[in-house]
Ligand binder design. Sequence first.
Ligand SMILES: *Cc1c(COP(=O)(O)O)cnc(C)c1O
Length: 511
Amino acid sequence: MFRQAKWREPLIFELSVEGRVGHIPPRVDEEIKESVGDVFQSFPKELLRENINLPELSEVDVARHFIRLSEMNYGVDSGPYPLGSCTMKYNPKVNEDLASLDNVAWLHPYQDESTIQGALKLLYLVEKWLAEITGMHRVTLQPSAGAHGEYVGCLIIRAYHKFKGEVNRDEIIVPDSAHGTNPASAAMAGFRVVVIPSAEDGCIDLEALKAAVSSRTAGLMLTNPNTLGIFEEHILEIADIIHDAGGLLYYDGANLNGIMGKVRPGDMGFDIVHINVHKTFSTPHGGGGPGAGPVGVVDFLEKFLPIPTVEFDGKRYYLDYNRPYSIGKVRSFYGNFAVLVKTAAYILSMGSRGLREAAELSVLNTNYFIKKISNVKGLSLPFSHNKPRKHECVLSASKLFKDTGVRALDVAKMLLDYGLHAPTMYFPLIVKEALMIEFTDTESKENIDRYVDVLREIVRDAYENPDKVKSAPVNTAVGRLDDVKASHPRTMCLSWRMYRKRLLECSVGEG
Ligand SMILES: *Cc1c(COP(=O)(O)O)cnc(C)c1O
């Protein structure tokens, strides 16, 4: 059951053996040597190196080193990765294959438009499909991530009010259950953030919302289903309250996985939507790798979209920069093209029925898990515990903590010892000792059953031997990191030299 024993993989420089050779490069032609020789002559002497300090290894040494490093990692291709809000679902490999085809991967952004008609058509179609899925009028594919999409959306809100001459609208309302990027994006776009509390059922407190709106309200940012996985039933009423006050509704669509093909933000009354295609539409995104956060808008906001837009005149596709009301450029070129190719491949291979079924499965998996976990002592489902959840659910380990001193953090760490990825912890902030779990559509019943069995075992351990849980993990390459030191720029090890120097301070494994 255990994936790996604790060990410290040496640095590749430590594996170096003098004189060991992996590959012998082919001899350089005399002709090339002569011409390169000339080039070297023209370089300033002080810029030329006598030797470069590279490790000396055989091919098998190198292959094994990197495979061992990869085994220290955990990804969606290793096992369940139920990181709530992050939608870490399996990404079909065919989408990767399509994104790495030569005529996709070797495109150059400075190519003439006449030579990239296929790529522009693909962007044009992805825009149309995402508009259909979200119920929006037009979509920009440029933002690089969800948070970037939020920022672009907030700039559009600002441009809209400015266009109407209502420059005093400087407040964005955000519920206290929101993803942290929402208030951050609003603040970065120059708004004052007004936080409203959730009601007892975990949804928007309508009275608090009514009290918060005013002539300064620029808009509301909302996730629906919210971060507790609960669908805001009063969404149409919420939309009326904001619209009547002259504000716009922004939909954080990072978690579209539980509703696509079922309901559309546009039909709920939202004016702007961002979509995390790296979550819902097949792009591996652990570790912050390239993503895309397209933003959709209703018809009266189209003119504010960033430049360029992709247009079709009946004969050819082209990029349109001539848009006087645009908020301007938000990204180099036209966004993360390869990610959008995967989006296209995923949508085409799933079809509308497939997307709807994925949403249904993700919701089924969440509620199956809730049912299975409901008799595990110490864990509870706060807020509306009888209401079904959508893409995810948030458990609280606060009773476990009270009974045993074992925290949500300890439970998460011990899951690693079983070779499983931990859920999201301590978010949303309105749940104490939160464990936020999202199995997505791609996890099987067997995997969910096993996850529940392991959680049950950990909880039993917590009641019988709390110290064991508090000292987990013991089977991973690295034990408990000092979270502050590990992410503080002054103590982070950013190169192998720093790493070697700081081996002890950095508390890496047994090293
Ligand atoms: C992931 C997420 C975001 C942010 O998306 P990034 O691509 O990580 O910037 C925003 N809101 C919610 C609800 C999310 O789950």
